[in-house]
Design a protein around this ligand. Structure first.
Ligand code: NDP
Ligand code: FE
Length: 489
């Protein structure tokens, strides 16, 4: 350590921020290592605050220290770039990569030290070299570690959420990397070693990815919406126009949309539970859980949470659209016309009244359950429940939501699927189409609950393998003999 590092930079005492996440009064540890930061921008300010609160002494290097000093906590020393790098063994480069070359004069002072490159590029860089590799070329006598670029200045300031915010790191020097990892932990983050500096290109490209895990579920929801909207348009708007010259195009903005959202919500919800059934059937067929699922099933399984949230959004929009339906002008006109034409006994049909009461009630319950599932999928809620509770909410309550939603649709459709007059353009009613996948998912789940199947699946999920035990007993024997643990067979 250089002599200057013994100089106490901290003027106030306090505790560590690491675990609580909140910035508290800093530790007064004059022996604490000095961390250098080059640059005085947003990232540098947030980093300095967190480092000070985590008990480090901080030296910030600026081209114009006087101008920037007031923006930093008083415990941090804001000085010239040269002086700052002279004080610290570990220096963060919080300067945009375009300006890295302007730091070349610091080369001798940075020799043998660790440089942390926090920079991101303007766009995805597929060909390389990465900013960190360029920085390593510029400072060959320093050890460059890439990291911290995947978190925002704001996250640095407010601290890691749920105590588990990961920081991806890579670098060629093990000792440099381990000192940065230690610093990460002390700041309350979880460092993840991504290997050599050649991984820095991937790490730099990560912040440019726009909702990567939402692409497939969003596309799926959009395609379903387009399909069901076109289907409803054909049946409910185009058919009356073509066959009877009746113009009902006014239905397009609300009624057709509101006939589309419930179908999309139900099909998307069934897509949350179908891959689980497919996976279970595949495991039963293969007689093991150790063979990898095909890629398409893997991707499908990992998209379930997003599919569930898309389903929730469609259900919520269906609920809102349904509430505004009676307040439309066209609904008022229709009501007036019908009330003049019909007597009370014509309008009041007991079975019809019951159907509407029941399907509305089922719809409300289904929406309540879906809201619960959506809330339970938030990381802060999911982390607060244990595994059993989480699986109860997502599996048992999830299937309940699927069942009640299906019931809502069945009650809505009633016997209309069997009425030939409802087959406009020979197309079955939308609800009948929307019911196919949910019914398959529910029947599949029911089949898996059959005691014989459930027991065999239970064995497979506890590690039983047909290929290892088939010489001694077939799974049928295991299940029918009621053997609890096939490893004893
Ligand atoms: N902001 C964020 O949320 C995140 C930022 N990052 C990365 O952190 C780095 C800094 O970002 P940010 O703090 O937002 O940027 P700012 O523009 O706010 O700050 C950059 C700082 O670089 C310093 N600097 C040094 N040399 C030059 C030069 N030649 N020209 C211009 N500025 C220079 C300046 O400080 P001075 O004038 O005092 O020398 C300036 O304040 C970037 O590489 C960015 O990609 C990464 C993740 C998140
Ligand atoms: Fe509905």
């Amino acid at each position: 350590m250089p002599d200057e590092m013994a100089r106490p930079l901290i003027r106030r005492g306090g505790g560590e921020a690491g675990c609580s996440g909140r910035l508290e009064a800093p530790a007064s540890d004059p022996g604490a290592p000095v961390v250098g930061i080059l640059g005085t921008g947003d990232f540098s300010r947030s980093l300095a605050r967190r480092l000070v609160a985590s008990g480090y002494r901080v030296a910030v290097g600026s081209r114009n220290p006087k101008r920037s000093a007031a923006l930093f906590p008083e415990e941090a020393e804001v000085t010239s770039q040269l002086e700052a790098v002279g004080l610290a063994d570990l220096v963060f480069v919080a300067v945009f990569p375009e300006h890295h070359s302007t730091l070349a004069a610091l080369k001798p002072s940075l020799a043998g030290k660790t440089l942390v490159d926090v920079s991101n590029g303007l766009s995805v860089n597929r060909d390389g070299p990465s900013n960190a590799e360029r920085l390593a070329e510029l400072f060959p006598e320093s050890s460059v570690v890439k990291g911290f670029n995947t978190i925002s200045a704001w996250t640095l300031q407010v601290g890691p959420r749920d105590g588990s915010r990961q920081i991806l790191l890579c670098g060629n020097s093990c000792s440099a990397k381990s000192s940065v990892m230690q610093l990460c932990r002390r700041m309350g983050f979880v460092p993840v070693d991504m290997g050599l500096l050649s991984s820095s290109l991937d790490i730099e490209n990560l912040p440019h990815r726009l909702f990567p895990c939402w692409r497939l579920p969003a596309l799926c929801t959009l395609c379903l919406f387009a399909f069901f909207y076109a289907y409803n348009f054909l049946r409910d708007v185009l058919q009356p126009y073509v066959t009877a010259g009746k113009s009902v195009f006014y239905k397009m903005p609300i009624q057709t949309v509101n006939a589309t959202f419930p179908a999309v919500a139900l099909v998307t919800l069934s897509l949350v539970y179908l891959p689980g059934v497919c996976g279970a059937l595949l495991q039963l067929w293969r007689g093991t859980k150790y063979d990898r699922f095909p890629c398409w099933l893997d991707r499908w399984l990992t998209s379930r949470k997003q599919l569930g949230l898309c389903s929730f959004m469609c259900a919520a929009l269906h609920a809102i659209y349904s509430l505004v339906l009676p307040s439309r002008k066209s609904a008022h006109f229709k009501l007036l016309i019908e009330s003049k034409q019909l007597q009370e006994e014509d309008v009041w049909v007991d079975a019809e009244v019951w159907r509407v009461e029941l399907y509305l009630s089922a719809g409300i319950v289904a929406f309540g359950l879906l809201s619960l599932l959506a809330v339970a999928s938030l990381p802060s809620v999911a982390n607060a429940v244990n595994w059993r509770e989480f699986s109860f909410i997502q599996s048992t309550l999830g299937y309940c939501a699927l069942f009640v939603s299906t019931l809502h649709t069945l009650l809505f459709g009633w016997d209309r699927a069997f009425d030939p007059a409802r087959y406009h353009f020979y197309l079955p009613p939308t609800f009948a189409l929307a019911l196919v996948l949910p019914v398959v998912a529910l029947l599949g789940r029911l089949a898996l609950l059959a005691p014989c199947v459930a027991r065999r699946l239970g064995l497979i999920r506890r590690g039983w393998e047909r290929s290892r035990h088939v010489r001694f007993a077939r799974p049928d024997d295991v299940c029918c003999n009621g053997l609890e643990d096939a490893s004893y067979v």
